[in-house]
Design a binder for this molecule. Structure first.
Ligand SMILES: Cc1cc2nc3c(=O)[nH]c(=O)nc-3n(C[C@H](O)[C@H](O)[C@H](O)COP(=O)(O)OP(=O)(O)OC[C@H]3O[C@@H](n4cnc5c(N)ncnc54)[C@H](O)[C@@H]3O)c2cc1C
Length: 477
């Protein structure tokens, strides 16, 4: 394990004051702890040894560069923090260092002449979405965490979130350029200002989906996507199996892929519909949102999807014309995780299981009873299930009673992630949302082999010779 020099927090804070304005450094213990918390189950608290030396809030690429030049010269680990919501342990570190919070990198400029926008990595996804919508553009990102997640975090994870990858693509398909600060403090401007994508090596692609290990993204340039017209639909089923089969049919019968196709099982639907003031759902459901260049095109897609879904004999499948009704149903899905946690009154453990199109029905069966036969997980019964079924992703969720002793809770979480890994291996898939390393590093090795992991570590070494940038993300052993 790399041994980083130890410093007194006061000394690091004093050094930082020489290179940054006073208001860019936070030495408050509250901010230092707050910026180290992680929603990953079992990683929600920190020990005194883990409290960072300081939190820094740079306002520009230049300030980020100064911080990294200093940290690299002193071999101090630096943790980049967007909003700390990436769910696989990336925000929880175990080596003392500096937290670099990108929140104040919050510039937004819409360049209509060249048809791109540029934004600071710290802007909230929702703010960018709303600003673009006012100008007639669509932001191709829609995570459940939209109200908090940062643009830099989403780009580093390469997630468009709920959206169906085959319909919308990933951030990688929209990011045309980046400003990046390397661990050494050097600044790179990569990509292009043109919509003409770079052929061959494009360094931009190392950082989009780079899991935050190769450099700090300070500025993001994305092509503008004109706002489209929407149409909506919903279908309720007796059972999750025909529901899964209907999602599979949409792909296999070459129906137009919607932008979103989301799933709530019966328990989740009952809980979230009640909170939204919707009538009690008749069973598990899928909701879908299609886009088109005009209303007719979007409506055609929804009607065609409803037609295909009806082959699985749902209780009801229909186009939704009342936008208010759609908004409530959508919010029920978007808020499923907090509502389930609130309703379940316990600690949550959430998995990400990805299927192939052909495996979707079998995968649904596996997910429905994923704790069966596991010594501790089985005690919790079947999981709550929601997710992005159109994007072939299930989020089975367990609520672990608060009264369970810590070791028993940890066993249940470990068993759930064991099953998550087993199923992603079974379907030869991998997570499409939260990033690949941290708590998932062992899975990466299992899935792609030790050689592949060592290659990634080798790439990191080239970008970050002293291994100071987010060193927890690629565990050393
Ligand atoms: C309630 C909830 C709902 C969610 N819903 C979805 C969903 O529907 N779909 C989905 O795909 N995901 C979802 N997520 C997870 C999603 O991965 C994160 O919300 C998002 O990608 C991370 O954004 P963040 O700003 O919190 O990044 P952080 O968690 O702060 O950072 C993520 C990683 O990127 C690095 N990083 C952050 N900013 C930068 C930067 N500027 N430069 C370099 N590295 C950086 C960090 O060091 C870290 O390793 C959800 C999470 C929560 C808590």
């Amino acid at each position: 394990m790399i041994k980083y020099p130890e410093y007194k927090p006061e000394k690091v804070q004093e050094d930082l004051r020489e290179i940054l304005p006073e208001d860019a450094i936070s030495k408050s213990i509250f901010e230092r702890i707050n910026n180290s918390l992680d929603p990953y189950t079992g990683a929600t608290d920190i020990t005194p040894d883990e409290v960072p030396y300081a939190v820094v809030w740079p306002k520009s690429t230049e300030e980020v560069s100064r911080i990294m030049t200093y940290a690299n010269s002193k071999q101090i680990p630096v943790y980049v923090r967007g909003s700390g919501t990436s769910l696989h342990g990336a925000a929880k570190f175990h080596r003392r260092g500096i937290v670099l919070n990108v929140r104040r990198l919050n510039r937004l400029e819409i360049n209509k002449a060249d048809q791109y926008f540029e934004c600071g990595a710290g802007l909230r996804c929702l703010d960018v979405k709303e600003r673009l919508a006012k100008e007639g553009y669509f932001l191709p990102m829609a995570p459940g965490s939209i109200r908090v997640a940062s643009m830099g975090g989403l780009v580093s994870n390469n997630t468009t979130a709920h959206a169906i990858d085959s319909a919308l693509g990933k951030p990688r398909d929209y990011v045309i350029g980046l400003d990046v600060v390397l661990a050494t403090g050097e600044v790179l401007h990569v990509g292009s200002k043109s919509h003409r994508r770079i052929a061959g090596t494009d360094l931009t692609q190392y950082f989009v989906g780079g899991d935050g290990i190769l450099g700090i993204i300070t500025n993001i340039r994305m092509r503008l996507m004109p706002m489209f017209k929407s149409a909506y639909g919903v279908a309720f089923f007796d059972d999750l199996i025909p529901l899964a089969r209907s999602a599979q049919r949409i792909y296999q019968e070459n129906a137009p892929l919607p932008l979103f196709l989301e799933l709530l099982d019966k328990r989740c639907a009952e809980l979230t519909f009640e909170i939204q003031g919707l009538p009690k759902p008749s069973g598990p459901l899928i909701m879908f949102h299609a886009m088109g260049v005009n209303e007719d095109a979007a409506t055609y897609k929804i009607n065609r999807i409803v037609e295909v879904i009806k082959k699985e004999h749902p209780i009801e499948a229909k186009r939704i014309t009342d936008v208010e009704e759609w908004d409530k149903i959508w919010l029920a899905r978007e808020s499923a995780l907090p509502f389930v946690i609130q309703g379940g009154k316990g600690t949550f453990a959430l998995a990400e299981i990805v299927s192939t199109v052909g495996g979707l029905v079998d995968c649904m069966k596996d997910v429905m009873h994923m704790g069966k036969g596991m010594p501790t997980l089985d005690e919790l019964g079947d999981p709550y299930i929601f997710g992005h079924i159109g994007a072939l992703t299930f989020h089975p969720t367990y609520i672990i009673p608060v009264v369970w002793p810590a070791e028993k809770k940890a066993e249940a979480v470990a068993e759930m992630f064991q099953k998550e890994a087993d199923l992603n291996i079974k379907y030869e898939t991998t997570g499409g949302e939260w990033g690949q390393f941290c708590k998932r590093s062992a899975f990466f090795v299992r899935r792609y082999g030790e050689k592949a992991y060592q290659l990634v570590r080798g790439i990191k070494k080239v970008f970050d010779p002293n291994d100071i940038l987010n060193p927890n993300i690629l565990p050393e052993e």
